[in-house]
Design a binder for this molecule. Structure first.
Ligand code: ACM
Ligand code: ZN
Length: 433
């Protein structure tokens, strides 16, 4: 980016590069109240993968809000939107071959009240994206240099699908779309061939909609309770020479990976895919802690660092929780997000496997868009800077840049947490809930 008295010249090696330059220009204009200073900037991102995840299953975001979220990613030069599209509490993507997934699986009879497990507000809740809407979002993101990575979470977190197709579970059900939060023991039955037929058909439509090289196949939090008792699962374990149920999940992961590889795609899975053995070609998304990413990099697997210790945007950003909208728990202030070191404990050879970083916004308690923005910002700004410029890790200077960026947030009416700023701590954002 070359700004002289005569004009502005912006050049980049790719369309994305020029888009990033435009974002810098936009930020410069804000910082300088509408004028652009004479400046020369030569810059490039440090990590290739810089993502943000939005969970639209626990609470649904219509495509207008999804696009606003993508705008926030674009502003931060993030280049991946990870769209968490299926979970126990709702199936959110139209699949033509399985219409029940959206007709029934996208709806639940109610939602648990605050943190009262077992309660239900009995207010029917639902929502899903048509394939046309999905295409619209993918195109919107692409125009902003952002790839949409869809996630179909398997073989756990599948109650919404099981409620529609109970024959895909070990017990045959009946199942219901969940109204509460947590980890549920009813998961897909990998003993049955029709489970794989279902997954392959779903993923075929997913691949038609999403040009992304990566497809996220979830893999997190899959209890093995029913697999241990299920004759079909036990038969599969014997016939495939597997040692235990952990290896049975690895069998699912590998089989689905092979299917996607055969169609020119690659998988990303949550770090549980390391259990029971993982192929070298799978990318591991570390969430339970950086240690899982370190383990994966040492094995020679590609890694995206998204540890809950630094990157979980649904955690409290202050200890003053009584004056905050309800969050899932934890304590993750802005400075901790900024302190993420994706290379910690890795030697030069292992560092090559770290693709990048990602912030995750799970929405159990986040039931409206201003609240989602409040949780994402400014911590996502910190994660974006870690992803863009690994070696510029000075929190004080980050906060200076942040004060400029918040002018832009203010102009666009983005809701964000102000606690770390001079005028912060005044609960102005409490209206979010
Ligand atoms: C996760 O937070 N269950 C990936
Ligand atoms: Zn089974």
């Amino acid at each position: 980016l070359d700004v002289t008295r005569r004009g502005i010249e912006l050049r980049g090696g790719s369309v994305s590069a020029v888009l990033y330059g435009l974002q810098s220009l936009r930020q410069l204009a804000f910082e300088n109240r509408g004028t652009i200073p004479v400046v020369r900037i030569h810059d490039k991102p440090f990590f290739a993968y810089r993502g943000a995840m939005l969970d639209v299953c626990r609470h649904f975001s219509p495509i207008g809000e999804v696009k606003r979220f993508i705008d926030i990613l674009a502003l931060h030069k993030l280049n991946v939107f990870h769209w968490h599209l299926s979970d126990d509490q709702g199936w959110r993507i139209e699949i033509k071959r399985y219409p029940k997934l959206t007709e029934f699986g996208s709806k639940r009879k109610g939602t648990m009240i605050e943190k009262q497990w077992g309660s239900c507000d009995n207010v029917p809740y639902g929502g899903y994206y048509t394939q046309d809407e999905i295409r619209e979002v993918v195109a919107y993101a692409a125009a902003r240099g952002i790839t949409v990575v869809p996630e179909i979470d398997l073989p756990g977190h599948m109650l919404a699908a099981l409620a529609c197709y109970p024959e895909l579970g070990c017990t045959g059900g009946p199942y219901e779309v969940e109204t509460g939060w947590g980890v549920f023991e009813d998961v897909l039955c990998p003993g049955k061939e029709k489970t794989f037929e279902f997954l392959e058909n779903v993923l075929t439509e997913v691949m038609e909609l999403f040009p992304s090289e990566y497809i996220h196949i979830g893999g997190d939090e899959c209890p093995k309770t029913f697999w241990k008792k299920c004759p079909a699962c036990q038969k599969r374990i014997r016939e495939e020479g597997l040692k235990n149920e952990a290896e049975l999940q690895a069998y699912v992961t590998k089989r689905i990976e092979k299917f996607l590889n055969d169609h020119g795609r690659k998988i990303i899975g949550w770090d549980e895919i390391l259990e029971g053995g993982v192929t070298k070609s799978a990318t591991v998304m570390a969430w339970r802690g950086p240690g899982y990413g370190i383990e994966a990099a040492r094995l020679g697997n590609h890694v995206i660092m998204s540890p809950n210790s630094n990157c979980y945007l649904d955690y409290y950003q202050t200890r003053d929780v009584d004056n905050e909208p309800l969050a899932i728990g934890g304590y993750l202030p802005l400075e901790t997000s900024y302190a993420l070191d994706p290379y910690n404990q890795l030697n030069d050879e292992q560092r090559k496997y770290i693709l990048g970083v990602q912030g995750n916004l799970w929405t159990e308690y986040i039931d409206n868009y201003p609240y989602a923005q409040y949780m994402a910002l400014p911590r996502l700004s910190a994660i974006a800077e870690v992803g863009w410029s690994y070696d510029r890790k000075d929190y004080a200077s980050f906060m200076q840049r942040m004060r400029h960026l918040t002018q832009l947030f203010d102009y666009y009416g983005y809701n964000y947490c102000k606690r770390e700023f001079a005028d912060g701590g005044n609960n102005e954002n409490k209206q979010a809930d």
